[in-house]
Design a protein around this ligand. Structure first.
Ligand SMILES: C[S@@+](CC[C@H](N)C(=O)[O-])C[C@H]1O[C@@H](n2cnc3c(N)ncnc32)[C@H](O)[C@@H]1O
Length: 289
């Protein structure tokens, strides 16, 4: 049995809520925005709003968490639910798909038979970290990484993956022949999961870290960031600075209508758009100095 707290707030507050959630005794976080099917029995999201579902072992923990949320988000709508464990685990499985993106195939361990022979495989079971490959932002970024790594000159390139979640993008780059990578996330649980995923996939050469971007030094040939647009804009100076000359910056997590604002923030840092990819309501910007 698990207890969930669903918090409905504006999408722009999600980063702050995520940081708050990391301090709670939750066992899982799920963000449900407009890119996902609404949960059964849950009213549709109004424009600009998103849900965060937090999972707890006890009802008391979910009530304590609600008090913390109320203190910072007095207008948030809060909903409590009790979930049978069996539904919970099986529920994950029903929604999981394998994804092919460029030369990469990503899927859960129970679908590995469907991996095409001409693809490099990554096995990621759904867990408590974002990044099983089927979200349009992750899939577009894997395609972009695959295209970049198709150029033999990029073999052994250094990689920075900001907001690594399950570790998927850093692992994708390594599997396709990149050099050493640094991958960070503000969520320590995600970093732990990423480390485990790397071990399961035989991926080495990645420094998995909770170090914030400000404390990651150096310049990288390939910089990947799949985070909300407002976080990308905030970090534009450091992200731009982290891209080596001749390197590529891949930014996603951006809604189509936010692309202009993100572009302007990075152009201000002297970066130029090389390629734009769009899928559903999501955009990926590839930029270079
Ligand atoms: C949309 S997920 C992307 C996961 C994975 N990279 C992918 O492409 O599927 C965004 C991740 O960024 C992390 N994150 C959010 N703000 C961050 C920040 N300021 N620094 C580092 N990580 C951050 C979140 O914890 C989350 O794991």
């Amino acid at each position: 049995m698990h207890h969930t707290l669903r918090v409905r707030i504006s999408e722009s507050g999600m980063d702050v809520l995520e940081a708050l959630a990391c301090e709670m005794e939750q066992v899982g976080i799920e963000i449900r925005d407009h890119s996902l099917k609404p949960l059964p029995g849950v009213e549709p999201l109004p424009e600009g709003m998103a849900d965060m579902v937090l999972w707890f072992e006890t009802e008391d923990a979910s009530r304590e968490a609600a008090e913390l949320v109320k203190a910072d988000f007095p207008d948030a709508a809060l909903f409590f639910e009790t979930v049978e464990d069996q539904d919970w685990t099986e529920g994950w499985k029903k929604d999981v798909r394998a994804t092919r993106a460029g030369r990469l195939w990503v899927g859960p361990s129970w679908m590995t038979d469907s991996r095409p022979d001409d693809c490099v495989g990554l096995v990621i079971d759904p867990g408590m970290a974002f990044g099983t490959g089927d979200h349009p932002t992750t899939a577009m970024c894997m395609e972009a990484i695959s295209d970049w790594m198709d150029d033999k000159n990029h073999e052994g390139c250094s990689v920075l993956d900001v907001g690594t979640g399950s570790g998927i993008l850093a692992m994708a780059a390594r599997k396709l022949g990149s050099g050493p990578a640094v991958a960070n996330d503000i969520d320590p649980q995600a970093v732990e999961i990423a480390r485990e995923n790397a071990a399961k996939n035989g991926v080495d050469g990645v420094e998995w870290t909770t170090k914030p971007l400000e404390r990651i030094r150096g310049r990288f040939d390939l910089v990947l960031a799949n985070i909300f647009a407002n976080v990308l804009c905030h970090y534009a100076p450091r992200l731009a600075d982290a891209v080596a000359d001749g390197g590529r910056l891949m930014l996603t997590g951006i809604l189509n209508e936010q692309a202009g604002e993100v572009l302007t923030a990075f152009e201000r840092e002297g970066m130029k758009l090389v390629r734009r990819r769009d899928r559903d309501e999501w955009t990926l910007l590839e930029m270079a100095h």
